[in-house]
Design a protein. Sequence first.
Length: 161
Amino acid sequence: MKIAKNHVVVIEYTLTDPAGNVIDSSRGRSPLAYIHGIGNLVPGLERALEGQAVGAEISVTVPPQEAYGPRDESLVQPVPREKFAGLPDLKVGKQLQAQTEVGPRIVKVVEITDDAVTIDANHELAGMPLHFEVTILEVRPATPEELSHGHAHGPGGHEHG
Ligand code: ZN
């Protein structure tokens, strides 16, 4: 069976940055089960997997436009220091959940001065080409229930209580 829209695909994967550092990997834990073609994975990786079959090993580098998008420097903004008054151990590199114009987002502290804390609301992988090594373990049609939930069930997929 070949990978096509609305199929559940079970993969082992390793994601590395351009320097070869491992960002994320399923190896050593359970494989990942996802529904193909509905945006569960970044678009460039879905494109590389389309039409592949069980046993295939894919090696692909996805440009930022087909992954987490380019960096947007307007998302790097100073916020008055007093807004963080209740937060202990505020330091550069710390990640926080913040309310933004587009809803709650994880932001990263990039600079702290006496008056302001500069936060970066870009996705951590924005602007970065991503390299994936993927092995395809299983391909099957998604069930109606999985399609209505928007995620795969069973091993490697979503576990409901
Ligand atoms: Zn579900």
